[in-house]
Every structure is written in structure tokens, then in C-alpha cells.
Design a protein around this ligand. Structure first.
Ligand SMILES: [Zn+2]
Length: 465
């Protein structure tokens, strides 16, 4: 919706991410110290929920819904924005501020209105770098990546997402038009626009009282009463105005908010927000995460096992158990937990990467083929995932296959947009790989599509292309 200045992004990260950020700073300063990082968070469970929330809206908008993504930004400020392309960035703070799925879906619908309307936005002129963090893999990954800063940057989206990232600010007319488009998409999806009206209403007064600066979402384009009223009139005309969220959607929203709070806030805060007396699933889940983040492994495992006794088919509770054990330095015990999460959710690439990373960490040569298999399956699902390529390079390296290790490293750099390194590793891979094999050809393609220098081209030609 609005612009977020680059200047506000950098200092926040360490505060927000607690343990994770501490690990980043220690392990991987060169990349992560890049100014103006925006912390992008990856988490299979939350992405699944957000995708489910947005999908009907994107279809109603006539977009290719499979290719639209909500990208989660780890920031407590209330903000959502588009930055060109089919990505909608939503701050964790905004999700926490929504009281139900309908409010969040309303915001997604508004952002979709900007995309579908092809709004020509004011270029706000800031191109901040993005750093990626995994909610449920962060610490272990970053610790493991200590020797490899560029991988620790861990960008789990392709460089394409970032290359075009320019914050947009829209005109008042465009804001009003996005509101109306949102109402249309919601109606087509048989949902109410009431949530969006309510969400705006919650902030109507805050704005009057000097607090607006805190909430970027409303800063550049103040929420006028006229704007809210116009949306409200439109919302009430819909036959679906009184439609409420399904119990399933409400439950998922509560889980998402609990998980975000547990990962983003200090553990002590989570114990206050989700007291022992609250025996709901989200509360138990949040407390398990808080104990894990508080390095109280035994308590975290006890709570997680109790959850698994009640919800044995929840892939993400298995993922959490795997993560707790992995990061406690117990990869052999983590393996079956991650294995189970993959069985329950075979098409989630991030869960495959968890498992692959765990198998590599066992330092058992017999496990490497299995690791490679899982990493490849994950990369088939998300080909531009640099973390997956980085892990695959580790696995090939352990197996002593320097050609494929170099190729995977070339891919990792290629998808990070680090073309110089991509070329260098691809050239190295070509020297090791069997000539004319599929891998050798892929290495050649990477060189050719990574802005090769005339010298490198000559070099290749001399090898008898
Ligand atoms: Zn907007």
C-alpha cells in the first residue's frame, strides 16, 4: 500500500529477531551487515496459511494465482506493500494486528487491487537489500553457515524478487480504487469486505493521535473518514457482507499469530501472552516455541511431545520437534521428526531442506545420498532457492564430488544474483564434470547467462566449443 523508507529497516532487525539475529551478527556479518536489510521470513506453515488466504482473491482478480505470493517481512510495524511483480509483502506486525482472517484477507485484497489495477506508482527511490531468515530453521542454519556468509544471507527467494524491489507509493485516487477493487474481489470470492473496514477503523483514531508515524501503512496516505465511509458503503451492498470466517480459517489464523509472536517476541513475553492456564493448541504451541527459544530444550521437547500425542499428523509440530533437536546438536534424533514432517507434507520444499540439512549434519556417509535426494526434491519444487543449492553443495562436497559441488555453488550464487561468483564456480564445475553431460551443459548455461567477460568466452571457445 505505501512506502517504507529504507532508512528504517536496518537497526530493527537485531531487536526483533532476538536469538536469531544474535546468531546472524556473529556468524555472518559481511552479508547481513549490508545496510537497509529487510528481514524476509520463510516458514512453510505460515506461507501455506497466507497462500490459502490469498488464493481466492487472486483468482477473483484474474491473476495467475499460483504465481502470486505473500512475502512475510519480520517487522513489528503495521505495513503491507507491493513492490512490482506479483509479490505482496506483509509485515508480521500487520498480521498480529489483524483480529481475524477476514481482516487480513481484506488487506491482501487491497494490495491485490494495486497489482491488478496496474497502478503506476511513484517510485520512492529506495532499493533496500533483503535478508532472509527462516523462522523454523534460522539458528541452526545460520550456525551451520558460519563459514559461508553469502549462504547465511540465506536468501530463499530468487534475486528476481529483490532486483525490482522499489517501494511504491500510490496516489489517493489509487488507494480508493484499490479499496473498491478489494471489495469486488472479496464479493466474487463470497467473502465480506467488513474485515477491511474494521481494520481501517481500528486505526482511524490512532492516526489522529500522533501515533501514525509508527504505522507506515497509514502514513503516506492517511486514512480519511471519507475513504473508510466509501468502502463501508460498498461493503454493505454485498450479499456476503455478513459472511464470517470458517472455524477452520479462524483456527489457522490463531496458530499463525501465536507462532509469529512466539518467534518474534522475547520468550518471557510469550509466557505472559499465552499463560499456562490456556490449554488451546495455539497457546501450547507458542509456549513450546518460547521454551525452545529460551534454550530450555527439555521443557520444549516435553511440550512438543505432548502436542504430538494430541495432534500426531501435524507436520509443523514434527518440524518444530526436529528443529529443537537439531539445534540442540542432536541431528540423529532430529532425523525421524523431520522425516515425519516430510511424509505428512511431501510438497513443502522447506521441510525437505530441514531434512537434508539434518542428514548432512549426522556426518554419516551412508546418509548423504538420502540428503541429496531430499534436497533435489525440494529444489524441484523451488528451483531458485539458494539455501537448497548451498546445502546440496555441502552434500556433494562431503561425497567428494567436486564438479557437482561447484555446480551447486554456481546455482546458489546465480539465484542470489551474484553473477561473478556464479560464473567462477560454473567454470570450475565445467573443468570437473564429464563433458557434454547434463550437468556440464547446465554449468555452461550458467556461464553464458551470467554476463561472461570476453576473456571467459574466449577461454570456453579455446576448450573447443
Ligand atoms: Zn494501498
Amino acid at each position: 500500500m505505501t512506502a517504507l523508507t529504507a532508512a528504517k529497516a536496518p537497526s530493527r532487525r537485531s531487536r526483533r529477531f532476538g536469538l536469531m539475529a544474535a546468531a546472524c551478527a556473529a556468524a555472518a556479518a559481511p552479508t547481513l551487515a549490508r545496510a537497509q536489510d529487510i528481514p524476509i521470513i520463510r516458514d512453510a506453515e505460515i506461507e501455506e496459511i497466507l497462500q490459502k488466504d490469498g488464493y481466492p482473491i487472486w483468482e477473483a482478480a484474474g491473476l495467475d494465482a499460483k504465481h502470486v505470493h505473500v512475502i512475510l517481512v519480520g517487522d513489528k510495524d503495521i505495513n503491507a506493500f507491493t513492490a512490482g511483480g506479483l509479490a505482496i509483502y506483509v509485515n508480521t506486525g500487520l498480521i498480529e494486528a489483524t483480529k481475524n482472517p477476514n481482516q487480513l484477507i481484506g488487506v491482501i485484497a487491497h494490495e491485490t487491487g494495486h497489482i491488478a489495477g496496474g497502478h503506476i506508482a511513484r517510485d520512492m527511490g529506495s532499493k533496500p537489500a533483503l535478508a532472509t531468515y527462516l523462522l523454523t530453521m534460522g539458528l541452526g542454519l545460520l550456525a551451520a553457515a558460519a563459514g559461508s556468509p553469502e549462504a547465511a544471507g540465506g536468501l530463499l527467494f530468487s534475486a528476481d524478487y529483490f532486483a525490482t524491489l522499489t517501494y511504491y507509493g500510490y496516489s489517493r485516487t489509487q488507494e480508493a480504487s484499490a479499496d473498491q477493487a478489494a471489495a469486488t474481489f472479496l464479493e466474487k470470492s463470497h467473502m465480506s469486505a467488513r474485515g477491511l473496514v474494521d481494520f481501517f477503523d481500528n486505526f482511524r483514531y490512532e492516526e489522529v493521535f500522533a501515533n501514525a508515524r509508527k504505522n507506515r501503512f497509514f502514513y503516506d496516505h492517511p486514512l480519511s473518514s471519507d475513504r473508510i465511509d466509501a468502502l463501508n458503503v460498498r461493503a454493505q451492498k454485498s450479499p456476503y457482507y455478513n459472511v464470517v470466517d470458517s472455524p477452520e480459517a479462524l483456527a489457522e489464523h490463531a496458530v499463525m499469530v501465536a507462532k509469529l509472536k512466539a518467534f518474534m517476541n522475547a520468550p518471557q513475553q510469550t509466557f505472559v501472552d499465552y499463560k499456562e492456564t490456556d490449554t488451546s493448541f495455539p497457546a501450547r504451541y507458542a509456549r513450546a516455541i518460547a521454551y525452545y527459544r529460551n534454550l530450555e530444550t527439555d521443557k520444549a521437547l516435553k511440550l512438543t511431545d505432548a502436542l504430538l500425542a494430541d495432534y500426531p499428523n501435524d507436520p509443523y509440530v514434527w518440524e518444530l520437534k526436529g528443529q529443537i533437536l537439531f539445534e540442540a546438536g542432536r541431528p540423529k534424533e532430529a532425523e525421524p521428526a523431520h522425516e515425519r514432517s516430510v511424509e505428512l507434507k511431501p510438497n513443502a520444499p522447506l521441510l525437505r531442506f530441514n531434512l537434508g540439512q539434518t542428514l548432512i549434519s549426522e556426518e554419516d556417509p551412508k546418509k548423504l545420498d538420502e540428503a541429496i535426494d531430499d534436497l533435489r526434491k525440494g529444489l524441484d519444487l523451488e528451483h531458485d532457492n539458494s539455501l537448497g543449492w548451498w546445502l546440496l553443495a555441502q552434500a556433494w562436497g562431503e561425497k567428494g564430488d567436486s564438479g557437482r559441488a561447484a555446480l551447486a555453488t554456481a546455482e546458489q550464487n546465480f539465484w542470489l544474483g551474484q553473477l561473478k561468483d556464479a560464473r567462477a564456480f560454473a567454470m570450475q564445475a565445467r573443468n570437473h564434470l564429464p563433458r557434454d553431460s547434463a550437468d556440464w551443459r547446465r554449468a555452461t548455461d550458467i556461464v553464458l547467462t551470467s554476463q561472461p567477460t570476453p576473456g571467459e568466452l574466449q577461454n570456453m571457445a579455446r576448450q573447443g566449443e
